[in-house]
Design a protein around this ligand. Structure first.
Ligand code: SF4
Length: 486
């Protein structure tokens, strides 16, 4: 038996990486640590490098965090050590600072009136400036993350005698960039979105007592613990949950919604709800729009699993071409740092995706994926389909070409690593070895949202950044770390 060409197992994933998940629960009398654990478990796709939970009760704050997946960081024993009335949780993928335990979140920072535990999804674009103003006042930063700077800025504002709300508002006005935050204080739990609302944050109610609240990056984090979706935290809004209930403050005078459209295309789970519908439904429409824009004669439409599945189904519905599973994903493969043996290499490792030869052989295939970043994985999958007997391979992408890096909390490569930044569509098609390649149009992507197109950030497709990026921030994602060690 001959094996199809090797598919990548140890290369970095050829997709942008999500930054983080944040989660919070205010539910006195419940096991808030365990609820947070399950919330983070449902949001694990948003960050796999570290996880942490901080709980608050009248005695103070308790924290447990470590490197690794949620299920590895916590067990029954460690959760028992986290009693409390409310909790803050986080899973992290490093977008600033490298992958170190010191950079794991929540960050806990002391202040004049008690400890702050902060979980952050996003990226500040003015972090170097903010760092300088904090260090000028002798505040010592122990991590290399912008998230710690937000917590320290709140502590600094408290020093002048402000209360929690005023100190937080003053600190947020010093932050520029993307931030969805869940913050625990001795008085209650805060949920915050930056004035553009670039990263999502939703509110749920929990249990029979409607005074119990949940904050989560996505609605999938509510579903897993049986919480009901209440509403989104709005751009430029802060919700403050205490024993008196939930209060709302619009701290920004200039909210301008710019939700990351890549959350809708790829990052968020397909069962998470945005604008009253599941992202599965949106992604289905992307596939339908794609078929309208770039139909080609073929025998089968196959997805690149899992993220290409809804768009491939939509493409199939619209085109009338049969949807089939042609690539099977090994669902238990994470990132491994053990190299395959030489004999495995020679035999053809198929640890991540395995082509179904009897589905593919002799057929003209349309392969649908949600995006191409570097193109390295796409090339190998196309070769594997050809080895499995495909007579033609046409690639259709349910988003426009990614031409610019993200500075708002998504780890895309630098611009020179993005294949569409330096090559035309025809050149990319030649490089990945397909018979034809087509991307969804930018207009088609936004039309499929059925929302006001001005309410989305799509800067990685256009270079039109809604928040200005200072030159020094453009240089490297490790810029902060270099500053710290210098
Ligand atoms: S640049 Fe792209 S990935 Fe980053 S926030 Fe905007 S749409 Fe999302």
């Amino acid at each position: 038996m001959s094996y199809p060409t090797a598919l990548p197992v140890n290369e970095p994933p050829d997709k942008p990486e999500e930054a983080c998940a944040v989660f919070g629960v205010y539910s006195p009398g419940e096991d808030v640590a365990k609820l947070t654990y399950f919330g983070l478990y449902a949001l694990q796709h948003r960050g796999q490098e570290s996880a942490g939970i901080a709980t608050f009760n009248p005695d103070g704050v308790r924290l447990h965090k470590d490197m690794g997946l949620v299920a590895r960081v916590f067990d029954e024993e460690s959760l028992l050590q986290l009693p409390g009335n409310y909790a803050v949780g986080h899973t992290r993928y490093s977008t600033t600072g490298s992958s170190l335990i010191a950079n794991a979140q929540p960050v806990v920072v002391p202040s004049r009136i008690g400890s702050i535990a902060l979980a952050h999804n996003g990226n500040l674009v003015n972090a170097p400036d903010l760092k300088r103003t904090l260090e000028k006042d002798d505040y010592e930063l122990i991590s290399t993350t912008d998230s710690e700077m937000i917590a320290v800025a709140i502590a600094q504002e408290l020093e002048s005698g402000k209360d929690w709300l005023d100190a937080a508002k003053s600190a947020f006005n010093r932050c520029q960039g993307a931030y969805s935050l869940v913050i625990g204080t001795p008085e209650g739990l805060m949920g915050v979105r930056d004035p553009h609302g670039i990263r999502p944050l939703v509110i749920g109610t929990f249990g029979s007592d409607s005074q119990h609240y949940v904050l989560a990056s996505e609605t999938a984090g509510l579903d897993i613990i049986g919480a009901d979706y209440l509403r989104d935290v709005e751009p430029g809004e802060m919700v403050w949950i205490t024993e008196k209930g939930l209060a709302s403050f619009h701290w920004s005078t200039k909210p301008e919604p710019k939700l990351c459209v890549f959350e809708m295309i790829y990052f968020s789970r397909p069962d998470s709800m945005v604008n009253q519908e599941s992202l599965y439904s949106y992604r289905l429409r992307l596939g339908q729009q794609l078929a309208q824009e770039s139909y080609v004669e073929a025998d089968s439409v196959i997805p690149v699993p899992d993220s290409g599945v809804p768009a491939a189904i939509g493409f199939s519905h619209q085109s009338g071409i049969t949807f089939e599973e042609g690539l099977i994903k090994n669902r238990y493969v994470g990132r491994t740092f053990i190299q395959p043996t030489q004999s495995m290499r020679e035999a053809g490792i198929r640890m991540k995706l395995n082509p179904l030869k009897d589905v593919i052989s002799g057929k003209r295939i349309i392969m649908v994926d949600d995006s191409i970043v570097r193109g390295t994985t796409s090339r190998k999958i196309v070769q594997a389909l050809r080895d499995a007997g495909a007579t033609e391979v046409h690639m259709r992408i349910s988003s426009p070409p990614v031409t610019h890096p993200c500075f708002y909390g998504i780890d895309t490569d630098s611009q020179d690593q993005l294949i569409a930044a330096t090559k035309s569509v025809d050149e990319i098609a030649a490089q990945i070895g397909v018979d034809s390649l087509a991307y969804l149009s930018w207009e088609g992507m936004l039309k499929a949202t059925r929302e006001n197109p001005d309410h989305f950030c799509s800067a990685c497709f256009t270079g039109d950044y809604p928040i200005e990026i200072p030159d020094q921030v453009k240089q490297s994602k490790l810029l902060l770390e270099q500053n710290v060690s210098s």
